[in-house]
Design a protein around this ligand. Structure first.
Ligand code: PEP
Ligand code: MG
Length: 887
């Protein structure tokens, strides 16, 4: 309820006592909290909130609206009346604070001015009233310093230099130890600095000071740091901030005063303990600055028993009222307690989980609220060791893309072979490469972490590292990696094999040597929270897994199926030679033999997956990458030929191989003979895979395993591709099940990862029984941007320049890629009502994309086993958000 003034337009400001603080959009978080606490009868110094609407008008007009000032004058008059004090004169002067406060807290990003309404006359009245010259001059010098810095833009260092000089003259370390004379001297010199730097700009008139500060606070909404903060935290730029004008109470009014901050639970652990810092003889900013050591709440009890008890009562009351952990600022002025602010306190991921679950058990919140209290992405923090907070980013030797979170220390190796060998010798290694390729899997598997100088968040190294749950930094461009020479260098450091480094995949930093790592702190309450999430979500959460081990891990984390088993990883290692025989052999019999060998191996692969997922669907994707990835490098073949020629040895076999390899080479393999095209070109390969899938399924079924295989054909663009390939493959499936005399429940479907497939989904669904969005390729092909190259190159520039609002390879580009997806869902289900549709691109584990997938009606999201808990929570939040948009 707002005051009505009989005017047409809404007021520009509201007294704290005029509303119940429910409109956070208009009053900002701080203003809403102050109003709410006032309405609850808490001891809040009086004041008023100028609305966010005024900030929005200021942004449009370039200046604060003129009509505001008469309302400010009236509000100050009401303040004077309420307090019996006066603004700008004695006998009891009011000083004011002006603080920003947006809907979402942006700590320290915008401006604040304190101790407003003071000049040479007022300071005398203040001294008279308080009987404390130290206090009076301190208030004055603080005002000059802040107004000079914040409103007039004078370098803060000029003021600090004066204080430093005075402290050293007195031989003291803290400003509070300066004498009243020192502070008077500081105020005199500060005035002189302001006069020199901004002649005539310091108003003596208190109302002018107030106007200057209010204007500065609104304008600080658009400073670079505030804009950057909003971009990083996805806070809309058009929200605007409110400005809160409040009567100052003084924590520096002698020994019976002080100021502090407290939390109703421990923000680090989530434990139900009251936690607080108190600083006697100080103003709030001194606590935050951390100059002096603070006292605990217990010590406060010794100094001010009554205030302490009152504060504890208020802390408990506020937590019950807000049903959340509160972060509270308070001041004690001459043994009287005041509350200056409350908000939902920031917390670590572990604390968030613990608090949410405990609050349900305490009956404070319901399960749905608990599920919305934890940021899904923050769960990733819980499972990996991390670099300790005490390690400074500035000590890093290089930085790159934070590709896979967590940290690892190990010895540098430059090849996958070295990684495996060193690991066998008991070493912990970091694989350092310009980039990685599918045949580095074994090296990546052996390494504790991966560092590349190229590639971004969806580069091979990043995707595989995340899938493996290993830390990775990619695209560390300042590092020149010469793997052959065994050296990686920056301008200042050369790394050689065996040197120790630490990578921080959470922040994208590389450190020379060891730095302190701290253990992950997975709270035991996580399982319970995720079970509650499962009660609310509508979408399934499946996992991308290629091995039985990954499948079991995914299942243990709650995966309800495999959404993508990439089969190309099964063609590496020892099997590579067999694959090469299939591709290169000119003798059909030899080729047939190689195919049979491969089939045997594949049956084992698929059995393992089906067994691990007993009773759950398993989507197996047929071979996708261009074949040449499995062939030897032509350069290496030529080098070997040269060596043989020099040694007088025959080269015919190598020459034949090199000619064959040349046949498969393409200028643009990503757009070349891959996916379904490959299956059509060499049907024996995909037929072999399908035969293996159904042989495995029959074997498992005979052993009592409940199998649900789904065969996925990649990269379809035209319905006729699917018609040809799927018809051929379904015949194989039927033949195998007939041979085995079994009925197997199965599906054939396709990935939707080429824009044309999305656009023609209605036709494609005539064949495909399910769709799975391959949003890595779909994004790449919709933007026409190579995902491997862009993220370490111009894409970062686009993000810096806000040409793109966010990385489309990390979060679905809803306006473009998202539209194609939405269309494909509608069109696909037009042909095949109730069609199963999911997503298996990297976006499947990104909370924002999970919301989008929920919105467009997907049946499930599939992501790496490590991100399954994140997706479970995000899917639940999406479902709850739909039924209650305020959650
Ligand atoms: C995709 O394109 O989103 C996908 C899952 O396939 P891949 O990443 O293997 O190309
Ligand atoms: Mg793909």
């Amino acid at each position: 309820m707002y005051l009505t003034r009989g005017e047409d337009r809404l007021p520009h400001l509201y007294d704290f006592s005029a509303t119940d603080g429910s409109d956070k959009d208009l009053l900002g978080g701080k203003g809403a909290g102050l109003a709410r606490m006032t309405s609850l009868g808490l001891p809040v110094p009086p004041g008023f909130t100028i609305t966010t609407e005024v900030c929005r008008q200021t942004m449009v007009a370039g200046d604060v609206p003129d009509e505001l000032w008469s309302e400010v004058d009236a509000a100050v008059a009401r303040l004077e009346e309420k307090t019996g004090r006066t603004f700008g004169s004695g006998p009891v002067p009011i000083l004011l604070s002006v603080r920003s406060g947006a809907k979402f807290s942006m700590p320290g990003m915008m401006d604040t001015v304190l101790n407003l309404g003071i000049n040479d006359e007022v300071v005398k009245a203040l001294i008279e009233w308080s009987g404390d010259p130290h206090f009076g001059w301190d208030a004055y010098r603080r005002f000059l310093q802040m107004y000079g810095d914040v409103v007039l833009g004078i370098d803060e260092k000029l003021f600090q230099d004066v204080l430093t000089e005075l402290r050293s003259d007195r031989d003291v370390i803290d400003d509070s130890e300066l004498t009243a004379d020192d502070l008077e001297e500081a105020a005199r010199r500060f005035r002189a600095i302001i006069e020199r730097e901004r002649p005539g700009r310091l108003p003596d008139e208190p109302m002018q000071q107030l106007r200057g500060a209010i204007t500065a606070v609104f304008k600080s909404w658009n400073t670079k740091r505030a804009t950057d903060y909003r971009r990083i935290h996805s806070i809309p730029h058009e929200l605007g901030t409110a400005a809160n004008v409040q009567m100052m109470v003084f924590g520096d009014l002698g020994d019976d005063s002080g100021t502090g901050v407290c939390f109703t639970r421990d923000p680090g652990t989530g434990d139900r303990v009251l936690y607080g810092d108190y600083l006697p003889r100080a103003q709030g900013e001194d606590v935050v600055a951390g100059i002096r050591n603070t006292l605990t709440l217990n010590e406060l009890a010794g100094l001010h028993p009554e205030c302490h008890d009152q504060l504890i009562g208020i802390m408990n009351g506020l937590e019950k009222h807000y049903r959340d952990m509160c972060d509270i600022e308070f001041t004690i002025e001459r043994d009287v307690l005041y509350i200056l602010q409350t908000r939902a306190g920031k917390r670590t991921a572990a604390a968030a989980v613990k608090m949410a679950v405990s609050m349900v058990h305490e009956g404070l919140i319901d399960k749905a609220t608990a599920v919305t209290r934890v940021e899904p992405a923050s769960l990733e923090q819980l499972h990996r060791p991390r670099v300790a907070n005490s390690v400074r980013a500035s000590s890093a030797m290089a930085s790159g893309v934070a590709a896979s979170p967590g940290a690892a220390t190990g010895k540098v190796v430059f090849t996958s072979e070295d990684a495996v060998e060193q690991m066998r010798h008991g070493e912990t290694v970091i694989l350092v490469r310009p980039e990685t390729a599918p045949d580095d899997i074994h090296g990546m598997d052996a390494a504790a972490g991966i560092l590349t100088s190229q590639g971004g968040k969806t580069s091979h190294a990043a995707v595989v590292a995340r899938g493996m749950g290993k830390p990775a930094v990619t695209g560390a461009a300042e590092l020149l990696v010469d793997a052959r020479a065994g050296i990686a260098s920056t301008d200042t450091v050369d790394l050689r094999k065996g040197d120790t480094i630490t990578i921080d995949g959470t922040k994208g930093l590389v450190f020379l040597g060891e730095v302190e790592l701290v253990a992950p702190d997975v709270p035991p309450q996580l399982g319970e929270l995720l079970e509650w999430a499962d009660e609310f979500r509508r979408m399934g959460v499946w996992a991308n897994a290629d091995t039985p081990q990954d499948a079991r891990l995914a299942r243990s984390r709650g995966a309800q199926g495999i959404g993508l088993a990439r089969t190309e990883h099964m063609f590496l290692g020892k099997r590579l030679a067999i694959v090469q025989r299939v591709i290169l052999s000119t003798d059909p019999k030899e080729r047939e033999r190689a195919l049979v060998e491969l089939e045997l191996q594949q049956v084992g692969d698929f059995e393992g997956l089906l067994e691990a997922m007993d009773g759950l669907p398993v989507i197996i994707r047929l071979l996708d990458p261009p074949l040449h990835e499995f062939l030897p490098s032509r350069l290496e073949l030529e080098q070997e030929m040269l060596r043989r020629v020099r040694a007088g040895q025959p080269i015919d076999d190598l020459q034949a191989m090199s000619d064959q390899v040349a046949r498969w080479e393409e200028d643009n393999p990503m757009l070349g003979l891959r996916g379904v095209r490959l299956g059509i070109h060499i049907p024996e390969l995909t037929k072999m895979q399908v035969r293996a899938i159904f042989e495995a399924a029959c074997k498992c079924a005979k052993d009592g395993v409940k199998v649900k295989p789904e065969v996925m054909i990649p990269l379809t663009a035209h319905v006729n591709e699917l018609k040809v390939q799927q018809t051929a493959l379904e015949a194989v499936a039927k033949q195998v099940t007939k041979e085995q005399g079994l009925k197997i429940e199965y599906k054939f479907g396709t990935m939707v990862e080429v824009p044309r497939a999305a656009l023609t989904a209605e036709q494609i669904a005539e064949y495909a029984q399910f769709f799975s969005f391959g949003t890595n390729d779909l994004t790449q092909m919709t933007f026409g941007i190579s995902r491997d190259d862009a993220e370490s190159g111009f894409l970062m520039e686009y993000l810096d320049k806000q040409i793109l609002p966010e990385n489309p390879f990390a979060s679905i580009d809803e306006d473009g890629v998202g539209k194609l997806m939405e269309w494909a869902v509608q069109q696909g289900r037009k042909t095949r009502p109730g069609m199963e549709i999911g997503i298996c691109g990297e976006h499947g584990g990104d909370p924002k994309s999970v919301w989008f997938c929920h919105k467009i009606g997907l049946n499930y999201v599939s992501c790496s086993p490590f991100r399954v808990p994140i997706a479970r929570l995000a899917a639940a939040q999406a479902a709850l958000g739909e039924s209650n948009p305020d959650k």
